[in-house]
Design a protein around this ligand. Structure first.
Ligand code: NDP
Length: 268
């Protein structure tokens, strides 16, 4: 594909993120606590996560490896310049996030035998493929960081710092919910409990909020429209679901209201 068709894909992708946002307030994706019948065949959710998220890891890894191979001679003689380091660092951030999401997170799930729907898995695959394709091309084919930046700058450093904070918040929040199912009986029954601690003090879905912080940081660091489209999609996907999760806690735990949590944005 050339720049023109990639541009058309990117702007349609951004438009779709805006269109999907109101729809997700009406229809929650049928997995996890919002799993329900009527959405077609199902498969184990841990397997579903691996299948749907691994394209994000693999596509970025392929583009990075190809790019590094093309530069082997230069690298051996001169090493990376600052903008090449920035490009590789962004790809590294991507790979760290998706190594966790595609492989570590599903293998550590407590209740991974719970079904998810093929509908969710196939739409997530489509999302991962398009999103990673756009971001990998921006970094390694159009080399937007190398061409448009002069050197390491404040946008890159502050964005990277925000990305790290988001990653820590996301991993920590996922660890808190994972620890809620402590014994084989709770795991077998996929029992739910109220999570406490960390950012759960302030919001019902700190994993989602932190994930949004992560990709906002990435977008600030990368300064590409592809990266901004990912931050937008993350918000579009996760804000409505955070609201649904918040409502679900209110309906399922009588004491939840007294905890005074927001759904998505912390208000300490
Ligand atoms: P959830 O927090 O709904 O679930 C994560 C895991 O924790 C599941 O195994 C779930 O079990 C379990 N869990 C959640 N709440 C409780 C509870 N109260 N008691 C016991 N167990 C609980 O997150 P998602 O599955 O929606 O998302 C997982 C990760 O993927 C998150 O970090 C999220 O940020 C990320 N994500 C990113 C998206 C993006 O667009 N960038 C889109 C979707 C997710 P069960 O499966 O039984 O509910």
């Amino acid at each position: 594909m050339n720049l023109l068709s990639d541009d058309a894909l990117l702007w349609s992708w951004i438009a779709l993120a805006v269109l999907v946002f109101p729809v997700l307030f009406l229809v929650s994706a049928p997995y996890g606590r919002h799993l329900r019948t009527g959405w077609g065949p199902t498969l184990r959710s841990d397997l579903g996560w691996i299948i749907q998220e691994s394209p994000s890891f693999l596509i970025m890894a392929v583009y990075l490896t190809r790019w590094l191979r093309q530069r082997t001679d230069k690298l051996l003689k001169l090493g990376f310049d600052e903008r090449e380091w920035m490009t590789v660092t962004l790809a590294f951030c991507w790979l760290v996030h998706y190594a966790n999401r595609a492989f570590v997170f599903p293998l550590r799930m407590r209740g991974g035998s719970k079904p998810t729907t093929f509908t969710v898995v196939s739409t997530a695959i489509l999302f991962c493929v398009i999103n990673t394709y756009l971001n990998a091309k921006a970094l390694f084919v159009y080399e937007l960081v190398i061409r448009s930046r002069r050197s390491l700058d404040w946008a890159f450093c502050s964005g990277l710092l925000l990305w790290v904070c988001g990653l820590i918040g996301n991993w920590h929040s996922d660890a808190i919910t994972r620890a809620l199912r402590r014994n084989p009986e709770e795991i077998k029954e996929k029992r739910y409990a109220i999570p406490y601690g960390g950012l759960y003090r302030y919001v019902s879905a700190p994993n989602y909020f932190s994930e949004f912080v992560e990709w906002t940081g990435f977008a600030i660091a990368a300064q590409t429209w592809a990266a901004f489209s990912f931050a937008l999609w993350t918000f579009s996907n996760l804000y409505p679901r955070a609201r649904s999760n918040h409502q679900w806690y209110l309906e399922n735990f009588a004491e939840y209201k007294s905890l005074n949590r927001n759904a998505f944005f912390p208000n300490p």
